[in-house]
Design a protein around this ligand. Structure first.
Ligand code: ADP
Ligand code: MG
Ligand code: MG
Length: 909
C-alpha cells in the first residue's frame, strides 16, 4: 500500500513547449490544467507551472492539510524547481525572486466560483529585490499590495462585513483615492502603494489577530489548501447543484509562474472570445486593460477597452463616445499594439481550430511579450450555441453528427422564451443604454441585492457590478443590469452561461445601495419599480414592455431539420387544445401523444352539464347530461384534429376521480342546487359520497368508464363524429382512442368493446367510416406484467410514467414534497423520479411492458406520455428501449427532437 501510494503521480508539470498532461485529462487535471498542458505542448506561450490533481482534493477532504502536504511535498518542490529553471528565477530569493499564482480549476469551468491568488512569494524583502531587478518601484509595490489583498480575502477569509459594505481592502483603496483626489488605481504613487501595503497588513492583524505570513512556502501551502477549500464554498456548492455536478469531482490546483500585466504602459491583461458568446457571430472579440493584472477586466475596476477596432467602434457608438475621443482614450488593442494584436489573433485562430469550438481565452502582455493564461470552450447563450454549431459545420470544421452532439438540449429552451413585441418596443421609453451583454427580453421589478431577488415574482437585479456571491440571485432574477463592467465582466459571462438577459456597463446609472435607489439623469427609481431590459441592444426601458412568442427560424430551424435526419424515435406532443397543438406543430411535433379530455369540462358552460351528469341518480338522467356535453367535446376534437392534420392524435378517455368536478364550497353548492332544481342536501350528499381516502388509487381511469359505460360511449361518439365531420371537409385525421389506468385484461376488453361497438354504430348511421386505433395507457405496474395479454387486443401502448412512477415507488405525487428534498439531500435518491425517469426501477417495468407487449404483437406501437417524455436522459432511455415515440409539452418538442438525434448518433459511435 505504502509503495503504491508513493508511485501515484499527484503533480503534473507544464512549460517550455512540454507537458506531462494533455487536454483529455480534464477529470484529473481540471479543465484549466488540462488546457494549460495542451497549450504548452502545441507551442502556445504559457508561463510554466504545474497542476496538483483533483484526486489530491479528495485526499485533502479525507486526510486534512498535514497529511496532504506530506503526500505531495516532494513533487511540489521538484516542480517549483522546474519553474525556477525555466524562468531563471528563484522562489523566495531576495535578489531574483520568482512569484507564482495559485489557481483553482475543476473539470468543468465554473467562472469565478472558486478562488485564485496571484503574486505569491512576496514579502518586505522580496519586494525590494523586485524593485532592484526591474527598476520599477510602481510595479513591485502594486504587486505587493495586490497580493495582500487577494491572500487576505481568499486564504485569510477577510470578506465584507455586510451586504451593504464593500470589500474591506477596497474600502481602504477608495478612501485613499478620495484623499488623493484620484480616480484610477493606476494613478497611485509609489508612496501610496507603500501606504496601502502597510494599511492592508494592519487590517489583517486587527481582523485576524495574526501577522501577515512572510514565508513564501507558508504562503504557497496556505493558498493551495484555500483552493481545495473553495470547492466546498457556498458559491461553488450552489453552482454545482444548479448544474448537477457531483461533490466528489473536486478541484485541481494550478501553480504557475507570474507574468506581469501591471509593469507599465507596455503591459496589460485581457479576455477574448473567438466568436461572439451572445449571438454566435463569427467575430473575434474581447476586452483588455493597459497596466492591469488578473481579474481587473472582469471585475470592472476600470472601463475595459475593446480588442478589435471594429468592436471598439461598436462599443463607442453604444457608449455615445465620439470617434476622436475613442481613439484617444479607449483605443483598441488592434490600434494601440498592432503586433501583439496580430500575435493574439493568430493564437485565437490556432486554438479554435485545435479545439474545434469557440474559445474563451485569458492573456497578459508583460512589457511587450504576449502570454496566454487560459483557454476553454466558451460559455454561450442558447442562440449562440445553435449558430456556432451550424457555422462550424458550414466551415467544415466539424461534421453533422458533431454539430448535433455539441448542443446542450436544455439550452434550446432559451430560444423558446418570449421576445419583446416590436410594436410595444417602439412605444417604450428608453432611459439609458448599456452593453448588450446577454440577449433576451426581461421585465421585472428592481431589486438591489442578490438575496432579495425572490422578493418579487419577476425581478431585475440591479448592481454596480456583480460578484460570484450573487450567483443564486442572478439565477432567480429575470434579468441583470450593472452600472460597471464590460462584455467580459462577471455578470456578462455568468448571464450568458445561464441564458439570462443581461445589460452591463451602463455608466449613466447611479446606484445607491443604502437608499435603494437607481438614478438616471433626472429620473429616480426605487426598489419594486418596473423596468425592462433588452439584452440584444443594451436598452434599459422604463416600465413593462409587452412580449410575444418566438418562432423556429434561421439556424435554429436548420439544426432541427438536421436533428430529424438522424433522429429515430419520433416526437409527439401533449396538447389539450388546438392552440397548444398549433404551437407544438410549429416546433415540429409529429402528432399528439396525449390529449386529456377532462380539462375541457372545466369551462363555465360545461362544468354545469358535467356536474349534472355526476349528480344524476339514474342512467337516463346521466345520459341526458352527457347529450349536452357531446357537441361541446366534438367541437374540441375537431379543432385539435384540424391543428394536427395528417398526424395521429391520441385522446385519453376521462381519467380523474369525479370528486374533482363537484363544488366543495357551500356557496357554489347552493348555486348548483338551485340550477339543477334539487335540494341542497342532495348536492351535499353526493359530494360526501364521492369523497375518497386515496383518490389517486380510487374511482378513476377506466374504472369510471367501466362503471359508467355511457361516459365512454359519449366520448367515443364525440371523437369518431369529429373525425367523420373533418373527413367530409377533406381533412385527414388519425384518431387513437386511449383507455387510461388499465390493470387487468378484462378492464381493457370491456372498454374496447364499448368503443368499437359505438364506432360501428356511428359508421352505420353516417354510411361512412374512418380508420382509428384503440389502445391503452400503461401506468399500473400490473399492466406491465400482463402486457402480452393486453397487447393481443390493444393497437398501441403509451407509458404513463407519472402514475407508473407513483405506483412503483408507492409515493403519492402530491405529498412527495415532504420527504423528497430530504431524500435527495441525503443521497437516498439521486434525483426526483417524477422529473428524471428512474431507469433502474421504473425503467425495468417499461422494458418488460414493451417486450411482453411486442411478444404477442410484434408491430405494437409504443410511446411514452409522462413528464419524462421531455427530459433528455429519459428520452435517451426510451430510444434505447425501442419505443416508437415520446410525447412532451409543446415547449419541450425541439429539445426532444435534438435528444432523439443525439441518442441515435451515440449508438453509432
Ligand atoms: P478564474 O478561474 O476565476 O478565471 P484564474 O485562475 O483564471 O481564475 O485567475 C484569475 C486571473 O488571474 C485571470 O485573469 C488570470 O489570467 C490571472 N492569472 C492567473 N495566473 C496568472 C499568472 N501566473 N500570471 C498572470 N496572471 C495570472
Ligand atoms: Mg480564468
Ligand atoms: Mg395517469
Amino acid at each position: 500500500m505504502e509503495l503504491l501510494e508513493n508511485v501515484k503521480t499527484r503533480v503534473y508539470k507544464f512549460g517550455n513547449k512540454k507537458a506531462d498532461g494533455n487536454r483529455d485529462m480534464k477529470n484529473l487535471l481540471g479543465g484549466k490544467g488540462a488546457n494549460l498542458a495542451e497549450m504548452s505542448s502545441i507551442g502556445v506561450p504559457v508561463p510554466p507551472g504545474f497542476t496538483i490533481t483533483t484526486e489530491v482534493c479528495a485526499e485533502y477532504n479525507e486526510l486534512g492539510r498535514d497529511a496532504v502536504v506530506e503526500l505531495i511535498k516532494n513533487e511540489v518542490e521538484a516542480s517549483i524547481a522546474n519553474i525556477e529553471k525555466l524562468m531563471g528565477t528563484e522562489y523566495g530569493n531576495k535578489e531574483n525572486p520568482l512569484l507564482v499564482s495559485v489557481r483553482s480549476g475543476a473539470r468543468v469551468s465554473m467562472p469565478g466560483m472558486m478562488d485564485t491568488v496571484l503574486n505569491l512569494g512576496m514579502n518586505d524583502e522580496v519586494v525590494l529585490g523586485l524593485v532592484k531587478k526591474t527598476n520599477n518601484e510602481q510595479f513591485a509595490w502594486d504587486s505587493y499590495r495586490r497580493f495582500i489583498q487577494m491572500y487576505g480575502g481568499v486564504v485569510l477569509g477577510m470578506k465584507p462585513e455586510s451586504k451593504e459594505d464593500i470589500d474591506p481592502f477596497e474600502e481602504i483603496i477608495e478612501s485613499l483615492k478620495d484623499k488623493r483626489g484620484i480616480k484610477l488605481d493606476t494613478e497611485f504613487s509609489v508612496q501610496d502603494l507603500q501606504d496601502l501595503v502597510y494599511d492592508f497588513k494592519d487590517l489583517v492583524r486587527k481582523r485576524t489577530g495574526l501577522l501577515f505570513p512572510t514565508d513564501p512556502w507558508e504562503q504557497l501551502w496556505g493558498a493551495i489548501m484555500a483552493v481545495f477549500n473553495s470547492w466546498n464554498g457556498d458559491r461553488a456548492i450552489y453552482y454545482r447543484t444548479m448544474n448537477g455536478y457531483p461533490a466528489d469531482w473536486g478541484t485541481a490546483v494550478n501553480v504557475q509562474a507570474m507574468v506581469y500585466g501591471n509593469m507599465g504602459d507596455n503591459s496589460g491583461t485581457g479576455v477574448c472570445f473567438t466568436r461572439d458568446a451572445g449571438t454566435g457571430e463569427n467575430v473575434f472579440n474581447g476586452e483588455y486593460l493597459i497596466n492591469a493584472q488578473g481579474e481587473d477586466v472582469v471585475a470592472g475596476v476600470r472601463t475595459p477597452q475593446q480588442i478589435t477596432k471594429l468592436g471598439s467602434q461598436r462599443w463607442a457608438e453604444l457608449a455615445q463616445i465620439e470617434e476622436e475621443e475613442r481613439k484617444e482614450l479607449y483605443p483598441s488593442l488592434e490600434e494601440l499594439m498592432p503586433s501583439i494584436f496580430e500575435e493574439l489573433n493568430g493564437y485565437q485562430d490556432i486554438l479554435e481550430k485545435h479545439y474545434r469550438d469557440m474559445q474563451d481565452m485569458e492573456f497578459t502582455m508583460q512589457d511587450g511579450k504576449l502570454w496566454i493564461l487560459q483557454t476553454r470552450n466558451g460559455k454561450r447563450t442558447g442562440a449562440a450555441m445553435v449558430k456556432i454549431a451550424m457555422d462550424l459545420l458550414k466551415e467544415g470544421m466539424i461534421d453533422e453528427k458533431e454539430a448535433l452532439l455539441m448542443l446542450e438540449p436544455n439550452k434550446l429552451d432559451e430560444l423558446l422564451h418570449p421576445i419583446f413585441d416590436p410594436a410595444a418596443l417602439k412605444r417604450s421609453n428608453v432611459i439609458a443604454q448599456g452593453l448588450p451583454a446577454s440577449p433576451g427580453a426581461a421585465t421585472g421589478k428592481i431589486v438591489f441585492f442578490a438575496d432579495e431577488a425572490a422578493k418579487y415574482k419577476s425581478s431585475i437585479l440591479v448592481r454596480i457590478e456583480t460578484s460570484p456571491e450573487d450567483l443564486e440571485g442572478m439565477n432567480i432574477a429575470k434579468g441583470i443590469l450593472t452600472a460597471r463592467g464590460g462584455m467580459t465582466s462577471h455578470a456578462a459571462v455568468v448571464a450568458r452561461g445561464m441564458g439570462k438577459c443581461c445589460v452591463s456597463g451602463a455608466g449613466a446609472l447611479k446606484i445607491n445601495y443604502k437608499k435603494r435607489t437607481l438614478t438616471v439623469g433626472e429620473y429616480e427609481y426605487h426598489e419594486g419599480d418596473w423596468i425592462s431590459l433588452n439584452g440584444s441592444t443594451g436598452n434599459i426601458i422604463e416600465g413593462k414592455v409587452a412580449t410575444m412568442e418566438p418562432e423556429l427560424s434561421g439556424e435554429f430551424a436548420q439544426i432541427m431539420e438536421l436533428a430529424d435526419k438522424y433522429g429515430v424515435i419520433k416526437v409527439r406532443t401533449n396538447a389539450d387544445s388546438p392552440k397548444d397543438a398549433k404551437i407544438a406543430r410549429g416546433f415540429g411535433a409529429r402528432g399528439i401523444g396525449l390529449t386529456r379530455t377532462e380539462h375541457m369540462f372545466f369551462e363555465v358552460d360545461r362544468i354545469k352539464a358535467m356536474r349534472e351528469m355526476i349528480l344524476a341518480d339514474t342512467v337516463k338522467v346521466r345520459k341526458q347530461a352527457l347529450e349536452e356535453l357531446l357537441p361541446m367535446q366534438r367541437v374540441d376534437f375537431e379543432g385539435i384534429f384540424e391543428a394536427m392534420e395528417g398526424e395521429a392524435v391520441t385522446i385519453r378517455l376521462l381519467d380523474p376521480p369525479l370528486h374533482e368536478f363537484v363544488p366543495h364550497q357551500l356557496a357554489t353548492q347552493k348555486e348548483l342546487a338551485e340550477d339543477l332544481h334539487v335540494p341542497l342536501q342532495a348536492v351535499k350528499n353526493k359530494v360526501a359520497e364521492l369523497e375518497e381516502f386515496n383518490p389517486m388509487l380510487g374511482h378513476r381511469g377506466c374504472r369510471l368508464g367501466n362503471t359508467y359505460p355511457e361516459i365512454t360511449e359519449m366520448q367515443t361518439r364525440a371523437i369518431i363524429e369529429a373525425a367523420l365531420n373533418l373527413k367530409e371537409r377533406g381533412v385527414i385525421c388519425k384518431p387513437e382512442i386511449m383507455v387510461p389506468l388499465v390493470g387487468t385484461v378484462k378492464e381493457y376488453e370491456a372498454q374496447e368493446e364499448i368503443i368499437r361497438n359505438t364506432a360501428s354504430l356511428i359508421f352505420e348511421e353516417r354510411k361512412d367510416s374512418v380508420e382509428y386505433l384503440v389502445g391503452t395507457m400503461i401506468e399500473i405496474p400490473r399492466a406491465t406484467l400482463m402486457a402480452d395479454l393486453i397487447a393481443e387486443k390493444a393497437d398501441f401502448f403509451s407509458f404513463g410514467t407519472n402514475d407508473l412512477t407513483q405506483m412503483t415507488f408507492g409515493y403519492s405525487r402530491d405529498d412527495v414534497s415532504k420527504f423528497l428534498p430530504i431524500y435527495i439531500e441525503k443521497g437516498i435518491l439521486k434525483e426526483d423520479p417524477f422529473e428524471v425517469l428512474d431507469q433502474e426501477g421504473v425503467g425495468q417495468l417499461v422494458k418488460i411492458g414493451t417486450q411482453r407487449g411486442r411478444s404477442s404483437k410484434p408491430n405494437l406501437k409504443v410511446g411514452i406520455c409522462g413528464e419524462h417524455g421531455g427530459e433528455p436522459s429519459s428520452i435517451e432511455f426510451c430510444y434505447n428501449t425501442g419505443l416508437d415515440y415520446v410525447s412532451c409539452s409543446p415547449y419541450r418538442v425541439p429539445i426532444a427532437r435534438l435528444v432523439s438525434a443525439q441518442a441515435a448518433i451515440k449508438t453509432t459511435l
